[in-house]
Structures are given as structure tokens and as C-alpha cells.
Design a protein around this ligand. Structure first.
Ligand code: ADP
Ligand code: MG
Length: 238
């Protein structure tokens, strides 16, 4: 497990500033939910933490280590995307194992991790199927499984359930909550679903136009939103 420290983090694409002066301490083992309108920089922030995007200003530290110059493959984290990004020509088992390929891990260890992830996500019976033979929920389970096999210190989720229908979303939400309870790993979770934010978060960060509008527990944000923008986002009565 690892906490995360963002100090004056900024991101520009050419002349366009999408994140400015972001400061945030994410505690070890925290379930931090990021919310904010479309285009406010949520995905960009996750991608910078993951190392998929350069940081223009400031520093990001995972645990005690500043990772600005550390390539994505060396960061001990896993990211789950909204689109499942499974390899269509590979079986579920191969999709799960694929992310471990670069780690020169003994075959038995790869098999142990794949079996463990399959058990946790209850996809053992699907291991020989190809992605096209899976439902949306099953695909997303495989995508989460692929994140789990790396046994990361930190999980990043970018709207992982937004492609699922409402019923399945409720079910997957409960599964993610129990996964979190079980692993106790630090999680940063982007969603635009208020219920998801309110029920899953230890703290919520409300982003707007690349800066933090408010940070607090779901209860704090609900009861004491700093302004109408936060109130509107959290669904509180202010
Ligand atoms: P969110 O995930 O909150 O919807 P994003 O992080 O995807 O927002 O995008 C934040 C802003 O950065 C948007 O204005 C988007 O158009 C812009 N942006 C994202 N990626 C790029 C890129 N590669 N080049 C230029 N602008 C980008
Ligand atoms: Mg996004």
C-alpha cells in the first residue's frame, strides 16, 4: 500500500492549462473519489499519476518516492479504464496474465496470481473464452482482474462502471467495495455517479476547471458544501 502526495501539480497542453496548482495528500489505504464535470481534468490527473502523461509542473510522490521521471511500467499501480481495453484475440486467462509478461516472473507465480484474481472476481468458468463471448459486466471483471494480478500498491479507476447498465452497476459497485475491504489498497476512483461517490468514498475531491473546489468526507461535503457548485455536484440541499 502507498499514499500519494501531489504538490503544485500542473498540466498544460501547449497553451491550454488543464490542471493548475493541485495539492493533495492521499492517505495510505484511502478510497479517494474524484468527481467533477466533463473536461475538468480527472482523466488527465489519473494519467499523470499512472505515468501515461508528463507532468508539466510540480511533483507527484507515491509513498515517499517522487515519480515524475519514473516510467509507467515501474510505478507500482494499476489503472482500470472505462473501455475495458481487453485484447480481443486472447482468452480471458491470457488477458489476465498479459500484464505480468514484463516482470520476468516464474510461470507458477503468474498462474497463482491469475487463479487468485479469477477467484476474487468469480470468473473462473470464463477463463477459456474470448472477450467477444463475454457480457459487459464480465469484461469489466476481467479488466479489474488484470489490475489485481499486478498486486499493486495503488489502484486508479477511471469511470470503470459507466458503460454498464444500472442494475449491473449496483452489483459491481458492491463488488468493488468488497474488493477494497479485502485488499485495503489505496484507491483513486473517478466517477460521475453521485451514489457511487457518496457510498464508496472515504473522501471526495470535487474538481472544477483543473483545480480543487473542495475535499472532504461524503458527510462533510453533503452537510457543508463550500458553494453551490459543490452542493450541485454532491446533491446536497444547500
Ligand atoms: P475529464 O476526464 O475530467 O473529463 P480530461 O482530463 O479528459 O477531463 O480533459 C481535461 C481537458 O484537457 C479537456 O479540456 C480536454 O479537452 C483536454 N485534453 C485532454 N487530453 C488532451 C490532449 N492529449 N491534448 C490536448 N488537450 C487535451
Ligand atoms: Mg475522463
Amino acid at each position: 500500500m502507498a499514499g500519494l502526495t501531489l504538490r503544485n501539480v500542473g498540466k498544460r497542453y501547449g497553451a491550454l492549462s488543464v490542471i493548475q496548482g493541485l495539492n493533495l495528500d492521499i492517505r495510505d489505504g484511502e478510497f479517494l473519489v474524484l468527481v467533477g464535470p466533463s473536461g475538468c481534468g480527472k482523466s488527465t490527473l489519473l494519467r499523470m499519476i499512472a505515468g501515461l502523461e508528463d507532468i508539466t509542473d510540480g511533483t507527484i510522490a507515491i509513498g515517499p518516492k517522487i515519480v515524475n521521471d519514473l516510467p509507467a511500467s515501474k510505478r507500482e499501480l494499476s489503472m482500470v479504464f472505462q473501455s475495458y481495453a481487453l485484447y480481443p484475440h486472447m482468452t480471458v486467462a491470457k488477458n489476465l496474465a498479459f500484464g505480468l509478461q514484463n516482470f520476468k516472473m516464474p510461470k507458477a507465480e503468474v498462474e497463482r496470481r491469475v487463479a487468485e484474481a479469477a477467484r476474487i472476481l468469480q470468473i473462473e468458468k470464463l477463463m477459456e473464452r474470448k472477450p467477444r463471448q463475454l457480457s459487459g459486466g464480465q469484461k469489466q471483471r476481467v479488466a479489474i482482474g488484470r489490475a489485481i494480478v499486478r498486486e499493486p500498491q495503488l489502484f486508479l479507476f477511471d469511470e470503470p462502471l459507466s458503460n454498464l447498465d444500472a442494475e449491473l452497476r449496483v452489483q459491481m459497485r458492491a463488488e468493488l467495495a468488497s474488493l477494497y475491504t479485502r485488499l485495503g489498497t489505496t484507491m483513486i476512483y473517478v466517477t460521475h455517479d453521485q451514489v457511487e461517490a457518496m457510498t464508496m468514498a472515504s473522501r471526495i475531491v470535487v474538481l472544477r476547471g483543473g483545480h480543487i473546489e473542495q475535499v472532504g468526507t461524503p458527510q462533510e461535503l453533503y452537510e457543508r458544501p463550500q458553494n453551490l457548485f459543490v452542493a450541485g455536484f454532491i446533491g446536497s440541499p444547500k
